[in-house]
Design a protein around this ligand. Sequence first.
Ligand SMILES: [Cu+2]
Length: 352
Amino acid sequence: MTTFLILAVLVLVAIAIWQMTKIFELSQIKAVNSQIANDTDNKYNGYLLFLFLIFIYGITIFSFWKYGKMLLPEAASAHGAEYDNLMLVSMAIIFFVQTITQALLHYFGYKYRGEQGKKALFYADNDKLEFIWTIIPVIVLAGLILWGLYTWTSIMDINDEDDPIVVELYAQQFNWTARYAGADNVLGDANVRMIDIDRANILGVDESDDYAKDDIIVKELHLPVGRKVNFKMRSQDVLHSAYMPHFRAQMNCVPGMITQFSFTPSITTADMRNKPEIIDKVKRTNTIRAEKAAAGVENSDPWEFDYILLCNKICGKSHYNMQMKIIVEEEEDYNKWLAEQQTFSQSMASVQ
Ligand SMILES: [Cu+2]
């Protein structure tokens, strides 16, 4: 709020100065009051172009230095590295071209500024130049698009090869629930019409479906490292989006249909916590939290890194807090955890 007020004051002061300059100009009746720019004006504007160029480069370098560490850490899924490479190469090309063309734009603006007695040259076209500046972007863009399409197709190819675990992610305002397919690795039928709150059947799982009996419904997602997981997303109410940033995964959850995403986690939570960039991030965050705790701000306990499932569609007032913890662990720990969970038929029997 304070920042906004300061900005508003600065804008108003600038407008006031501009208006006063106008009044001053109008009061100088005898002075030359031409609206046509002269050589001095053009030169002055040419220099300002360079100043603006320095500002653009400056703010870019500053942003990299100041906010570069806010980027996501190394990808924790098998397809993540390829996805990150595509992003990195695209951004590198964009930055390279942008840096050069921006400088050229400002330089030519200065070089060919208006001057008394100088007439602009009429230059219709140059086939060679046009060919060059058409063919280079065509080749580069075609390469990027083909690579992107290939990456997209391989990431979105959801199949049953490599014995994947099947997990349902169920979205509702404003929380997530996960359902494991159980020993048979087949999810039982489910429909929002079969939701029975009195009997705690919150996902509307079909009790008469044999495949549903061994399904396991949980509020914390555990995944074994190195094992492929096929996610099936459902939504109860509005559009949500299952976003797992550390695994470079996102898929919309649409009421009335099942959407899918598949990935193989490649780094356990424990290993990720030991990565230098994560240690550094946790340290930085906890310094801020300690300051807040000292100032008496609530919920400022020290933070420990965890993978997370977030909602990435603004789905209502508590959207910001719609999240679920993800724990990636060794397969034996995962199996142990899964064995401790109640199956759907056990939980139904306990409420009867
Ligand atoms: Cu949501």
